[in-house]
Design a protein around this ligand. Structure first.
Ligand code: NAD
Length: 495
């Protein structure tokens, strides 16, 4: 059985805890590897390595740090296919989707190549006579990233590219369900010339996470995962004096107005609901259809579903792969049965006729007549299940979106610019798409939801990512003639 270990101090380090997790092949349902799960003592050892690497790395010149990022950029670019095939092998998503994930992660490495510019401070000459004031941004020290299973390449790159470029040293705790991509990224960082100890991968589960949150030498924690864990990471981490950004789950709505192009809206809904088998935090899971177009829209979505090719991610013609585990597949299937029991209409039942074999497959499901209060509406299903909720008007749709406890992504489909502008003004969601179903911001903006989709003050990557991984210092300086010096107990004034 293949063994997946840790990456500490620039090399693979086998675990010593005696605990291992199962890494499945979701397309076959077989175990393909065992991943070492770190103990608190192993986490401590990794933090000690990262702490020791910090002084030299923060003292390394910005142009040298940028050079490492430029080299990493070329290496990730050259290894796109390998990275994507590792993602597909363990996560199950189709290769084209995995390549897209790598490309979106790479954008963050490209952004971090600009670190000399990103860390520029302000300078005020002559704030008072002979006094200059300037601001600088400095790294925090050892910082940690804890990442979910659904983007094993992109989400780590969201975090470590900026963190490392800013001069921090990094501990990545990837999802134990698909840990290999993190080790491949660690190897590419080493090839790019990153000194040993600056980037470390500690595989593990709750025990490793708890150890990160308790460790006094971990200055900050960047987390992406489900809402209950995000909330608890934020509460524990901040109670322990750490800076924490914790991104959680989602329930993303797509509001389709009667003036929208219904074919375009149906294409977008199908792509955004069933892409990556719905295992995306920005997946559309509810279409809010205004009554007058609801029947037509449902017909158009329904007619597109049979054309979706469900199969192993490695097959070139597959468009949708399996779910991450058998347990998760069964949970998602339970929502489909539950929806019928709660009074929704199962228009397309994805639990029927799944591909042969023991892989964790489910076909796309479409539900109609879904209402708040039903589990399929209230919960983040995280699978290929699209619900349609009929609304009487734009206002009713907006109200439902704003009443939802999550606020990650939302999409509006319309041809009316005035309504779209009002929507962006009123909607209580962090990332808004106007005729764009999955509005993941480019790397030079920042990614983050509102409400139960994010705990903390700073969004992920982009300018807010730079702020998160640095702290500011303001220097007030003067170079007076000592001959003019005297004791003055008054509070310094600038005039
Ligand atoms: P998860 O919360 O189960 O796991 C995320 C991380 O937390 C993993 O590294 C895992 O090992 C760790 N973890 C799990 N249980 C823990 C516990 N009890 N204590 C401490 N650590 C624990 O999430 P997942 O299933 O890997 O990922 C899917 C979830 O992530 C979905 O809810 C999805 O919406 C969310 N997600 C959010 C975003 C975003 O940007 N908001 C992006 C991707 C995924």
């Amino acid at each position: 059985m293949k063994r997946i270990s840790h990456w500490i101090d620039g090399k693979v380090v086998e675990g010593t805890s005696g605990r291992q997790g199962v890494v499945w092949n979701p397309a076959t349902g077989e175990q393909q590897a065992a991943v070492d799960l770190a103990s608190a003592a192993e986490l401590d050892a990794a933090v000690a390595v990262a702490k020791a690497a910090f002084p030299a790395w923060r003292a390394t010149g910005l142009s040298r740090r940028a050079e490492v990022m430029f080299r990493l950029r070329d290496l990730v670019d050259a290894n796109r296919k390998e990275l994507a095939s590792v993602v597909t092998a363990e996560h199950g998503k189709v290769l084209s989707d995995a390549l897209g994930e790598v490309a979106r992660g790479l954008e963050n490495v490209e952004y971090a190549c600009g670190v000399p510019n990103l860390l520029k401070g302000g300078f005020t000459e002559q704030a008072a006579t002979g006094v200059d004031v300037y601001s600088i941004r400095q790294p925090l020290g050892v910082v940690a990233g804890i990442t979910p299973f659904n983007f094993p390449a992109m989400v780590p790159m969201w975090m470590f590219a900026n963190a490392v470029a800013c001069g921090n040293t990094f501990i990545l705790k990837p999802s134990e369900k698909d840990p290999s991509t993190a080790l491949l990224l660690a190897d590419l960082l080493a090839q790019a010339g990153l000194p040993a100890g600056v980037f470390n991968v500690v595989n593990g589960d709750k025990e490793a996470v708890d150890a990160i949150l308790a460790h006094p030498d971990v200055a900050a924690v960047s987390f992406v995962g489900s809402t209950p864990i995000a909330r608890s990471i934020y509460e524990t981490g901040t109670r322990n004096g750490k800076r924490v950004q914790a991104l959680g789950g989602a329930k993303n709505h797509m509001l389709v107005l009667p003036d929208a192009d219904l074919d375009m809206a149906a294409d977008a809904a199908v792509s955004a609901a069933y892409g990556s088998a719905g295992e995306r935090c920005m997946a559309v899971s509810v279409v809010l259809a205004v009554d007058s177009v609801a029947d037509a829209l449902i017909d158009k979505i329904t007619e597109r579903i049979p054309a979706i090719k469900v199969g192993p991610g490695t097959e070139p013609d597959s468009e949708m792969g399996p779910l991450i585990t058998g347990e998760h597949r069964d949970k998602v299937a339970g929502y489909v049965t539950g929806a019928a029991d709660e009074g929704a209409t199962v228009v397309v039942d994805g639990t029927a006729s799944v591909p042969a074999g023991d892989g964790f497959f489910l076909n796309p499901t479409l539900l109609d007549g879904v209402e708040p209060g039903m589990a399929c509406y209230d919960d983040e299903i995280f699978g290929p299940v699209l619900s349609v909720t009929r609304v009487g008007s734009y206002d009713e749709g907006l109200q439902l979106i704003n009443d939802n406890p999550y606020g990650n992504g939302v999409a509006l489909f319309t041809r009316d610019g005035g309504v779209a502008r009002q929507f962006q003004f009123d909607v209580q969601v962090g990332m808004v798409g106007i005729n764009v179903p999955i509005p993941v911001p480019v790397s030079y903006y920042s990614f983050g939801g509102w409400k139960a989709s994010l705990f903390g003050d700073q969004h992920m990557y982009g300018p807010e990512g730079i702020n998160f991984f640095t702290r500011s210092k303001v220097v007030t300086s003067r170079w007076p003639d000592p001959a003019t010096s005297s004791v003055d107990l008054g509070f310094p004034e600038n005039r």
